[in-house]
Design a protein around this ligand. Sequence first.
Ligand SMILES: Nc1ncnc2c1ncn2[C@@H]1O[C@H](COP(=O)(O)OP(=O)(O)OP(=O)(O)O)[C@@H](O)[C@H]1O
Length: 359
Amino acid sequence: MTGADAPRLPRTDRQGLDARLVVDRGSFRLDMALSAAPGDVIALLGPNGAGKTTALRVLAGLVPLTEGHLRLDGAPLERVPPESRPVGVVFQDYLLFPHLSALDNVAFGPRCQGLGKAEARAVAAAWLERMGLAEHAGAKPRRLSGGQAQRVALARALATRPRLLLLDEPLAALDARTRLEVRARLRHHLAEFEAVAVLVTHDPLDAMVLADRLVVVEHGRVVQEGAPADIARRPRTDYIAQLVGLNLYRGEAGGHTVRLDAGPEITTTEELSGPAFVAFPPSAVTLHRDRPTGAGARNLWRCEVAGLETHGDRIRAGLTGELPLAADLTTMAAAELELRPGAPVWATVEATQTHAYPA
Ligand SMILES: Nc1ncnc2c1ncn2[C@@H]1O[C@H](COP(=O)(O)OP(=O)(O)OP(=O)(O)O)[C@@H](O)[C@H]1O
């Protein structure tokens, strides 16, 4: 069925993306609501197998919806075939046409939209210029660096003036140094893009730098969404807490303490009641060989070192015991404490270093 003979579904005036994506793939079910205004950049973030790529493929029209709806600028897209959707896609490995020059790769979309050859090439040349790639217009993809190929792929997607831009792990194919530069450029282009952009990534840094809003997906469901800073400050699942490098616990708050579902109490500065999360960074934890006696440390737990790894210029200790947690310390402190797997330690955290919020 083509877009033309699809049944006419009601249009709404709502601009941007308005979707509920339900897809069954064997035993896996994706069920997520996704909405965005023109100009929004949304990052879908989640562990392997969470359903991010499936969501992107549904938006692109490559996988059909089992249930739900998909509207873009008020128009229903469910029955519109991929090639007729006003959607641009940058695939993880870019999928440039190997036999076409950068210019003709970018001109391909405008040509398919009905522009004449010269006109389409002029549009493509303008996009390559904007991407800082004018001098590579005649190059075939194999002669482009990873960063250049990524920009050609982005130009190719943007040249069709899509109302929805989809980017699948846009920086995953790049080495660390190129990534830094390409990330900054991509941020600039996304900021200029006037329609909705949705990107899929595993990398919290890419998500935080590139997106205005994060949608965290686990097991086919949205577990948290919001501005990057809010999510980093108030994670609601273990996956997100690990991603942003926080210790996270759930319990029942009463005044300045949160009694954890499994384990001890944590003293906090916030005053709350009812179900609550408490989070604190590994750098807030101080370890001691002997039980500390000072009055300052309100939170004190008896733990055991489960593992040690280097983390930047510090050592991260994974602890089990009264409270499982991650603690960061300097190499010197780790040596002085004679930390090794199995070593007993006392862990303290000041109440002022914790952050409690309703669950
Ligand atoms: N063609 C398919 N047929 C059946 N099941 C599939 C198919 N493609 C993906 N799945 C299943 O759908 C689920 C979600 O996969 P998806 O690729 O969307 O996750 P993801 O979040 O993008 O993961 P990753 O980060 O590893 O790419 C997985 O359980 C996967 O096994």
